[in-house]
Design a binder for this molecule. Structure first.
Ligand code: CO8
Length: 258
């Protein structure tokens, strides 16, 4: 595994964990951190020994947004010619399931990074928001699109236009996160969820993620057709034969591709 300066990467069994590590800047997402997160995530994604990726920060901050100090001096031309933040699209396109474990601030780009993950588990201390409006900009790493799809127009407009933050419980109530856990248990609970996912058949995990994400990209009829064709294709897998065979024989499935 490569060495990085703004993140830590660890592996435990079939789970790879990326921990954002710029504590003095509350894990603000500067260009170096973006490059390192994307590189580490792609390395884990390409590894057949990894079945789930966790992204987390510190207890104080998941990430307090894109790095304002780095952005402050940029011109429109710098942004447009550099296609600022485009590398995050590669993170959003990973095939391996990605779980965000969020404690503390998840603001601006931090909230957007969490929303690029497949599921978000929040500590009670987590605070989510898109405060970019206070800086004279608006969300630029997918927030206007992913937050609206995740929680609906009313709540998305409320958060993005006012710049207010919401608590972990409110994020749970509106469907931005799937679970809220005691802050001191966050890493353990995220690790358990990740390990549970990572034990499934890897090609089936890839197909499942692709099918669910299709719901955000296409019509219902097209999405259902995609699901059915992909579902049919799982019958070509040894892991499908093993999974159903194990159920019939009342034993635990031993998937080959995991
Ligand atoms: N960028 C750079 N540095 C930051 C950031 C940030 N986003 N957030 C915090 N820091 C730094 C602070 O400057 C401070 O550094 P220093 O000690 O050197 O002054 C250090 O982290 C600690 O922060 P605070 O002292 O402010 O800590 P507090 O506990 O008092 O406050 C907050 C914590 C509430 C999180 C506060 O730091 C804050 O409001 N941060 C900014 C949050 C924000 O506005 N995020 C959105 C950023 S913009 C964005 O994400 C997307 C822009 C999209 C543009 C699209 C272009 C294409």
């Amino acid at each position: 595994m490569s060495s990085y300066e703004t993140i830590q990467v660890t592996r435990e069994g079939r789970v790879g964990t990326i921990t954002l590590d710029r504590p003095k800047a509350l894990n603000a997402l500067n260009a170096q951190l973006m490059t390192e997160v994307v590189a580490a995530a792609e390395e884990l994604d390409a590894d057949r020994g990894i079945g789930a990726i966790v992204v987390t920060g510190s207890e104080r901050a998941f990430a307090a947004g894109a790095d304002i100090k780095e952005m402050a001096a940029q011109s429109y031309a710098d942004m447009a010619l550099g296609d600022w933040f485009a590398a995050w699209d590669r993170f959003a396109n990973l095939r391996t399931p990605v779980i965000a474990g969020v404690s503390g601030h998840a603001l601006g780009g931090g909230c957007e990074l969490a929303m690029m993950c497949d599921l978000v588990i929040a500590a009670e201390s987590a605070r989510f928001g898109q405060p970019e409006i206070n800086l004279g900009v608006f969300p630029g790493i997918g927030g206007t699109q992913r937050l609206t799809r995740a929680v609906g127009k009313a709540v998305a407009m409320d958060l993005i236009l006012t710049g207010r933050t919401m608590t972990a419980q409110e994020a749970l109530a509106v469907g931005l996160v799937s679970r809220v856990v005691p802050t001191e248990e966050l890493l353990q609970q995220v690790a358990e969820v990740a390990a549970t996912i990572a034990e499934k058949s890897l090609p089936v995990l890839y197909a499942t993620k692709e099918a669910v994400n299709r719901a955000f990209e296409t019509t219902l009829a097209e999405g259902v057709k995609f699901e059915r064709r992909t579902f049919h294709a799982t019958f070509a897998l040894e892991d499908r034969t093993e999974g159903m065979g194990a159920f019939v024989e009342k034993r635990t499935a031993e998937f080959k591709h995991r």
